[in-house]
Design a binder for this molecule. Sequence first.
Ligand SMILES: [Zn+2]
Length: 448
Amino acid sequence: MKEELAPHVSDITRALGGKVSEQEIEKELASYLNVYRVSLDTAKRSIVKKHGGNPAGLAVGINRTLRELVPGEQSVNLLVRLVSVNEKDVTPEGQGTKRILYGILSDPTATVPFTAWEPLNLPLARGDVVRVQNAYTKEYRGQVQVNFGTRTAVMREKPDALPEYKPAPGTGLPYLGKPTPVRIVDLREGASNVAVTARILSTDSREVEVDGAKKTVFSGVLADETGKTQFSAWKDFGLKEGEVVRIEGAYVKAWRGIPQLSFDDRATVTRLPGDAAPAAETLGGSPRMWVEDLAERGGGVDVTVRGILIDLREGSGLVYRCPECRRVLRKGACRIHGEVKGEPDLRVKGVLDDGSGALTAVFNRELTEILLEKTMDACIAEAKEAMSTDVVRDELSDILVAQPIEARGNVTSDDYGLMMIVDQAKLLRVDVQSEARQMLEELEGGAP
Ligand SMILES: [Zn+2]
């Protein structure tokens, strides 16, 4: 195992310009692969990103097995056999008719449908073995689909370059092998074939449109003693609030910037006795997490972060929003709707640093009013008198900047970093003051 990983350890070290030692990378890579159970590709990219590098600098390619793929991957390399190839004409909205290829790919681990949206650099026929570079994946009717786009290159290989796909005896399931038990706190985007034992805290369903057809996604929140996660089931498993289940063969995918547990008809759901997971009341807590770990996970549901609010970002304080689209106005104008009569709102966008990293914490009007101990109307009156909204921002800055704060909420992750939509917040300063007061009282009490 160690020898197999050596070229990838050097690859990561090189992509990071040697600023992190090979030993450290080796340790991190082992933990991503063995503890978080993400694919080698995801692990490499995550480590490079975590240390501030660019994953595009990675040079040693990895062929993925079809079984490992999850929806939403941007660049995958595959060695596959074409089980079937068909042509059809489609008319994408706003474009002329074009001919696409579709069919089924296989490798020794699974079969997966594919679509080639652009003309390929070589003709494909049933039975061909090909190396595919820069394909991407999507969710199609609740299953992974491989797509070939403009950046995708296809090279023909000898037919004996790849053994034939043989389904596991007795099952048609694309996942082979035993699923890996993972605690909710350890779920990482890109993990596949995981097993989670958890209590269902809530259920919901939503309609999505897949290829013009309506499909129901069964969603909700699951929890174990380490944390909570949202889930999406692409098949109706009849999940009910309060029951304890073991879900095997699930994968982890980000939805609206937060990693969540997804599962489809490849998964099995087993009902467990009610005492197989802690009671719902004790699962209501919000685990305290480090920003560094949230960055590694790609966000989290209902987590608590403690840190120092080191700065207010632009757009904090009294703002005016477009009545049409709710965007914050700049100089009285909306980026989309031009000059409009803005509606007032109050918010804080603060940079919260806990020593391991920083995130943007967004406090809504209600929380900002509590922090200011002042209503929005009072702020509007103040701004009118001062003829500038800066006065509100300055006041917030005086109260918040350099203060220790505990914030609880959902954390999303995108290209701009982590953002917490704060549900609850408290200034820890209050505790420090009361501690100081208490100490003073004790000192005074002890004085003659
Ligand atoms: Zn607007």
